[in-house]
Each structure stands twice: as structure tokens, then as C-alpha cells.
Design a protein around this ligand. Structure first.
Ligand SMILES: Nc1ncnc2c1ncn2[C@@H]1O[C@H](COP(=O)(O)OP(=O)(O)OP(=O)(O)O)[C@@H](O)[C@H]1O
Length: 356
């Protein structure tokens, strides 16, 4: 079964989606993008609740574009789940399920066992969402479209369900499109990841590849590669290197030419504290540190520079180092962790807002 989105374009006044091309096999495709980028519009064109201006949607070669939603064999889960209010949660799920065993199995996985006999209109937002999700999973769809199905849940349950949901979705053996603006959810659940901004598909690849080699500055910043800088490609002895505000950085500069003004990025987890003067290392001052629960983020401004480099440390690594704000440290940017994105000039329109 393959779901194909072919050159789909839709405009809503000034907002334009696409044209978008996607082929989703029996896999989970996460669609990640900021609020208002067109994720729901894309899902709605697949579900049939929004008609694209041009382009087609097909499932296993069958053109669905002109068909009403109920004749598409697809299921769309809205953010708040459209349940039958007077029926219990169990009845809502059983309505779609092939057996009582399946209801129990899904109730277990989605942690709704305790509310199965409660009427749908008495459920909390998060419970309602999980019951709606159970109903969609039970319905044996030809393709499943999920729009932020975990949006109303608090962090611990969200994390547990994320882990439960992945095998459940994979076991359906149908194309699943999973929309979210949460990068952790998108990477934990998706076999592949599509990043959308401003109605445009910027990158489609495995989550690991998108994170390691973002195609544009926006993808880099939106997927947490907050160290995003401009540099110049320069001749450097045996090969080429980057000149970053007068500092030399060894990095793979494939696909660029000497003199190019490029974006480059390095994820904070890959920046290290260096003892000695190793390759690509700089002395600087810690200007800010933030405890994030599962680790520390340190901003270090290299001497003579004004751009801070962010460094992520696990709590044990942070405690071992015994650091504080205004301390002087040496940091290293390992050459193989530096990703050169491409010519800055050509991509000026994609300059991200670094506040994200
Ligand atoms: N029926 C409509 N009429 C006019 N504008 C619309 C309509 N539907 C969506 N839009 C606009 O299209 C843009 C994309 O909306 P969409 O709901 O697809 O974004 P999204 O990525 O799902 O956002 P969020 O994550 O906030 O749900 C927004 O600017 C929205 O205001």
C-alpha cells in the first residue's frame, strides 16, 4: 500500500501549501513544522476535507482526489477526537474494533483501561484524545492520518505513549502520516521525517539523517542544531577549511568552492570541553548556563567573538567539570560533527529565526 501526494498545491488567501510531492509506503512518516506551516492543510487534502487547487492524492494507484472523505478508506484523527458523546469510551472503540480483545489491547497500550466505561462526554481532553486514537487504530484503516494525537498530554504520559505508539503504528502495515510540532515525538515515532515550513517541504529523510545533515538553515534550527553560523570557505594547506570570523575551522566542505559564504551548524551535544589545544578548539567564557532537567546547556563566547557556541552536557559531565557562569573554558567543535549547509547567499530567504 502506498499513499502518494503528487504535486499537491492549495492556497488559503496569502498562505500557499506546496506543490508537495510525497510517497508514503507501509511506514510512519512524521511531518514536523512550526505552527501555521500547513501541516493540517496537507493532512486535510489527503483526508478529503480540503480539496487541493491542483495535484492528486492516490492510494495504491487509485486516484482519491475527487472522492469524499468517507469513501477514501483513510482515517483522520482531529486534535480533540470526534467521539460519540453519549457512548462510553469502550463503545466508541468497540464500534470500530474487530474484537473485544483488540479493545482491551489498545486500552492497555494507550492507558485508558480505567475510563473505558465512562461516557465520552465526561472524559478529560487527554483521555478523549487517547480514546479517539484507540478508535482509529482499531478501525483497520488503509492509511492513517494523525494530527497531533498526543498534544493534550503532560510530559511523562506523552513520553510513555510515544514509546507504545511506535510499534502499534508499525503493526498496522499501512501508510501512516503523523503530524506534530514536537521534534522528539517526530523522531521517536517516524521511520522518516518530513520538515515543512511556510507551506514548503524542506527535507524528507530518516530522522537521523535530517538531524545530522539538515538541508537548510531553518531545518537545522528547528531540529535543535542551535549552533548555526556563517563562514567562508578558504584554501587551507592540503585542502579547504572554514574561516569563521578569523578562526580556522576544519570541516568537510564538499560541494562548496573557495570563497563561498556558507552556513554551517553543529549540534550542542557534539561540542565538547577540551583539555588541551586540540584541532578546532577555542578558549572562551561561559556567558549563560541553563539546567534543563536531563542536562545542562552552556553558552560559551569564544575570545574575540560575539556569537555564543552552545554546548550540551549530561549532569555527570557538568558536575565533573565543576563549571559556573563567567568561567573560562576551552571548547572543541569536532570537524566530523560540523555540517556545512550550503551557500548562504542562495539561501538568504530561508534565514531562520534563531529564537525558536
Ligand atoms: N479555511 C481556511 N481559510 C483561510 N486560511 C486558512 C484556512 N485553513 C488554514 N488556513 C491558514 O493556512 C495556514 C496553515 O494552516 P494549518 O492549519 O495547515 O497549519 P498547521 O501547520 O497545521 O498549524 P498548527 O500547528 O498551528 O495546527 C495558516 O496560516 C492558517 O491560518
Amino acid at each position: 500500500m502506498t499513499l502518494v501526494v503528487d504535486e499537491v498545491y492549495k492556497s488559503h488567501g496569502a498562505f500557499e501549501l506546496g506543490p508537495i510531492d510525497l510517497a508514503v509506503d507501509e511506514e510512519v512518516l512524521s511531518v514536523l513544522g512550526p505552527s501555521g506551516c500547513g501541516k493540517t492543510t496537507l493532512l486535510s487534502t489527503i483526508a478529503g476535507t480540503v480539496t487541493p487547487d491542483t495535484g492528486t492524492i492516490s492510494l495504491d494507484g487509485l486516484d482519491l482526489t475527487g472522492r469524499p472523505p468517507e469513501k477514501r478508506g483513510t482515517v483522520l484523527v482531529f486534535q480533540d477526537g470526534a467521539l460519540f458523546p453519549h457512548m462510553t469510551a469502550r463503545e466508541n472503540v468497540a464500534y470500530a474494533a474487530s474484537s473485544e480483545g483488540r479493545v482491551e489491547e489498545l486500552a492497555d497500550a494507550l492507558e485508558i483501561g480505567d475510563v473505558l466505561d465512562q461516557r465520552a462526554d465526561t472524559l478529560s481532553g487527554g483521555e478523549r484524545q487517547r480514546v479517539a486514537l484507540a478508535r482509529s487504530l482499531a478501525a483497520d484503516p488503509d492509511a492513517l492520518l494523525l494530527d497531533e494525537p498526543l498534544a493534550n498530554l503532560d510530559a511523562p504520559i506523552k513520553r510513555r505513549l510515544r514509546d507504545e505508539l511506535r510499534p502499534l503504528l508499525a503493526s498496522l502495515d499501512v501508510p501512516v502520516v503523523y503530524v506534530t510540532h514536537d521534534q522528539r515525538e517526530a523522531t521517536a515515532i517516524g521511520d522518516r521525517l518530513a520538515v515543512i515550513a511556510d507551506g514548503e517541504l524542506l527535507q524528507l529523510d530518516t530522522p537521523a539523517e535530517v538531524f545530522a545533515h539538515p538541508a537548510t538553515p531553518f531545518v537545522a534550527s528547528f531540529t535543535g542544531s542551535t549552533n548555526l553560523f556563517r563562514g567562508d570557505v578558504v584554501e587551507a594547506g592540503t585542502g579547504r577549511a572554514l574561516d569563521w570570523n578569523g578562526r580556522r575551522l576544519d570541516a568537510a566542505t564538499n560541494g562548496t568552492n573557495v570563497g563561498d559564504d556558507v552556513w554551517f551548524c553543529i549540534r550542542p551535544e557534539y561540542v565538547t570541553l577540551a583539555g588541551d589545544e586540540t584541532r578546532n578548539s577555542f578558549e572562551g567564557t561561559i556567558t549563560r548556563q541553563v539546567f534543563e532537567g536531563d542536562g545542562y546547556l552552556l553558552d560559551v563566547v569564544p575570545d574575540g567573538g560575539d556569537e555564543a557556541v552552545r554546548l550540551a552536557l549530561s549532569p555527570p559531565a557538568y558536575e565533573r567539570a565543576g563549571l559556573d557562569e563567567r568561567d573560562r573554558v576551552r571548547i572543541a567543535l569536532p570537524a566530523d560533527a560540523i555540517h556545512v549547509i550550503g551557500e548562504a547567499g542562495e539561501r538568504a530567504h530561508e534565514t531562520p529565526s534563531l529564537s525558536q
